[in-house]
Design a binder for this molecule. Structure first.
Ligand code: G3P
Ligand code: MG
Length: 265
């Protein structure tokens, strides 16, 4: 398998627009999560500095409805504070230090607003996979707010972002609001609702990609063969081992999500 940059891009028709959806071999997971605090502006810059072509970021809503780049339902793991994101307003959340938990070199790194993240992504010329990661009960609203902002900021002459989610309602909202943006169906045993009738749901939602958990491969489950038998382009998360990445590419996986943008260098 050649490692040239040209070979690292796969092109195929998006069912909806018939324009080519180009996916890179590697998508920087939460930016460059192994090298910088996840889902921060410095993490996006680090991914770009390391040569990533795309980044994946998680978006959810604050209590007052602002779209922020954040993974967990509460702030405890990545900040010195404690509390549920759904109960906190943007004014409180933007004061939190989400860098120190990673390293003292990132003291005072803040949670980005989606708009700030988009500015950096566009400035750095990165491709984007925006994962809609709603707090419970806000599946539709989170997709609406995120897509409203995204569609107003994202240049029409740039390849459209890939919108993914574990939540069917969020993907359905994306299909309605931004039908020209490709969608990715996230599937994991840790999110049991994604396992039920996944083929029917993915078809109904007109997704282009099936983004599956590496644990399906590790457990050698029959479902992996089912994934390979579909027409969806396969993306796998989260892969931080080069040998496993090569095995995945060999069986037909198009892209991996990795915390290490330099994994394939
Ligand atoms: O989108 C791939 C991956 O990010 C999904 O899992 O929990 O890291 O958001 P998680
Ligand atoms: Mg994610």
């Amino acid at each position: 398998m050649s490692n040239s940059k040209a070979d690292n891009i796969f092109s195929f028709p998006n069912q909806k627009t018939l324009e080519p959806l180009r996916l890179p071999r590697l998508v920087g997971h939460r930016g460059a999560r192994s090298y910088a605090p996840e889902n921060t502006l410095v993490s996006i810059h680090t991914a770009a500095d390391m040569g990533a072509e795309w980044v994946e970021l998680d978006v959810k809503l604050t209590k007052d409805g602002e779209p922020i780049i954040f993974h967990d339902d509460n702030v405890d793991r990545v900040s010195g504070a404690s509390g549920a994101v759904a109960d906190m307003v943007w004014k409180e959340l933007k004061e939190l230090d989400v860098g120190t938990h990673f390293s003292d070199s990132f003291v005072d790194e803040r949670i980005p607003h989606l708009e700030q993240a988009l500015d950096v992504i566009l400035e750095r010329g990165l491709g984007l996979n925006l994962e809609i990661k709603p707090c419970a009960g806000r599946e539709k609203e989170t997709a609406e707010v995120a897509l409203d902002l995204l569609t107003s900021c994202w240049p029409e002459d740039m390849p459209a972002p890939l919108i993914s989610s574990f939540q069917a309602v969020s993907l359905e909202t994306a299909l309605i609001m931004a039908p020209g943006y490709p969608r990715g169906y996230l599937i994991s045993k840790d999110e049991p609702q994604t396992m039920e009738n996944w083929q029917d749901k993915a078809k109904h939602l007109e997704v282009s990609t099936l983004n599956f958990d590496i644990n399906f491969l590790k457990e050698n489950s029959d479902i992996l063969q089912d994934f390979l038998n579909t027409d969806f382009r396969l993306m796998c998360f989260t892969v931080n081992d080069r040998e496993i990445a090569e095995q995945l590419f060999d069986i037909g996986v198009v892209s991996i999500f990795s915390d290490m943008p330099d994994l394939l260098d």
